[in-house]
Design a protein around this ligand. Structure first.
Ligand code: PLP
Length: 445
């Protein structure tokens, strides 16, 4: 297995120039400086080759520069680049029609197009307030919904995201996300842990703090992403839907990371058998061209002309890239994600058996988290070790990203093949072995 000396000379020079002129607030994971990519492979400016298990934080759904997406962008570019949301164009309408077809609810859907995940969350917050006339919200600890002030008020995965930015938007109460690996409440006999969390919301939050009629919406990541790739137990969403129905609270799901086929269905919420009211979309929708959306039940999109908008909403290049992306996901990658996702889960579970530092492997489709612990018994998070695994993998030609306290996410392009996964897992396991030696974690621990 080759080991790169990173960053190489060209990468080093670019990183130095970057540090002079680009905001230091960007949290770069490590010194990868991209030159070009193809499918699940990327090359840095020094010619080093990597497999990409990060996909630009779950964005390049169809792989890097898929020829059909590139062609759609080229074709649209030659026609026009922009017309603004003050006018109409066909690709925008077609995208709305496609999102209506794949919306995770039976009612007709109306979409509002944005430029990013955070802007989708902002739109959902505003629509929920407008439609209900209520002002309060419930969000979840560990959540990541973005960094503009509205979405940031829901984001609760690291104090650093809030530090220095108060006051945030008023009216968000956070509750624990149902993490079956790290429960914080005692379950009643026969109760699913997801139901336990919903009982807490009902008894403690609605019962003691927030008048239910003042609550506009509940915002939840269908699968928690940045917080650690946490999959809620089966009882959670049915109980949550029931709670929202009984109190007229809108159920807003953030599918920015988990949506667009990442779990082998269009939306992660479809794995849980309930229908949300508003879906926040971003990341993978246009394979890397900035685009987001909210998809909402038609009956709740009651805001009037002029009440919300933007300059770039429905940008023609982004819509063209999204339409090509939707075709590819529909025709090939939903199926591929199911197949290779199951294959990846099996392979990672085998790795987990061989390594004392791997506490849990969890995932659906190609949204997989590998959580590292100091000991399988205590489940104490092994943050430094997981970071070391990411860096050792980088030096050996694999891009991955951490999340939560000590989890590594496996979120490659949905086009990845089994043999590419095998190659990546070989590097990943070697990196775990090395990190375990460095941190002196052995099977006796
Ligand atoms: N929501 C979720 C679940 C996310 O994972 C992210 C970004 O990581 C966002 C919202 C914010 O998206 P963006 O960075 O495009 O604003």
């Amino acid at each position: 297995m080759q080991i790169y000396d990173l960053p190489g000379p060209k990468a080093k020079a670019i990183i130095e120039r970057d540090s002079a002129v680009i905001s230091p607030s960007y949290a770069r994971a490590y010194s990868f400086v991209m030159d070009h990519g193809k499918g699940s492979e990327v090359w840095d400016v020094d010619g080093n080759h990597f497999l990409d298990f990060a996909a630009g934080i779950a964005v390049t759904a169809t792989g890097h520069s898929h020829p059909k997406v590139v062609q759609a962008i080229k074709d649209q570019s030659e026609k026009f680049l922009h017309i603004s949301a003050d006018f109409y164009h066909e690709a925008w309408v077609e995208l709305g029609e496609r999102l209506d077809q794949i919306a995770p609810f039976k009612e007709d859907a109306v979409s509002f197009m944005t430029n990013s995940g955070t802007e989708s969350v902002e739109a959902a917050i505003k629509l929920a307030r407008y439609h209900t006339g209520a002002s309060q919200f419930i969000g979840f600890l560990g959540a990541f919904h973005g960094r503009t002030l509205g979405s940031l008020s829901f984001t609760a995965s690291k104090p650093l995201y809030h530090e220095g930015f108060y006051p945030l938007m008023n009216g968000v109460v956070h509750v624990p996300y149902p993490d079956p690996y790290r429960p914080v409440f005692n379950q009643r006999p026969g109760e699913d842990y997801g139901e336990t969390v919903v009982r807490y919301i009902e008894d403690q939050v609605l019962g003691k703090l927030l008048p239910a009629e003042d609550v506009a919406g509940l915002l939840v990541e269908s699968i928690q992403g940045e917080g650690g790739y946490i999959i809620p137990p089966a009882g959670f969403y049915p109980a949550l839907r029931d709670l929202c129905d009984r109190h007229d609270i809108l159920l807003i799901v953030d599918e920015v990371q988990s949506g667009m086929g990442r779990t082998g269905k269009w939306w992660a919420i479809e794995h849980f058998g309930i229908e949300p009211d508003i879906v926040c979309v971003g990341k993978g929708i246009a394979s890397g061209i900035p685009l987001g959306a909210i998809i909402a039940r038609k009956s709740i999109v009651t805001w009037p002309l002029g009440s919300h908008g933007n300059t770039y909403g429905g940008n023609p290049i982004a819509c063209a890239a999204a339409l090509a992306t939707l075709d590819l996901i529909q025709d090939e990658y939903l199926q591929n994600t199911k197949e290779v996702g199951d294959y990846a889960l099996d392979a990672l579970n085998e790795i987990a058996v061989r390594h004392p530092s791997v506490g849990q492997v969890r995932g659906i489709g190609l949204m997989i988290g590998v959580e590292f612990v100091k000991s399988k018994q205590t489940r104490e998070p092994a943050h430094d070790l997981s970071e070391r695994v990411v860096h050792r993998a980088f030096e050996r030609g694999l891009l991955s990203l951490g999340c939560g306290k000590s989890t590594i996410r496996i979120s490659p392009p949905l086009s990845i093949t089994k043999s590419e996964l095998d190659d990546g897992f070989e590097i990943f396991e070697e990196s775990i072995t090395l990190a375990e030696k460095e941190f002196q974690i052995s099977h006796v621990a």
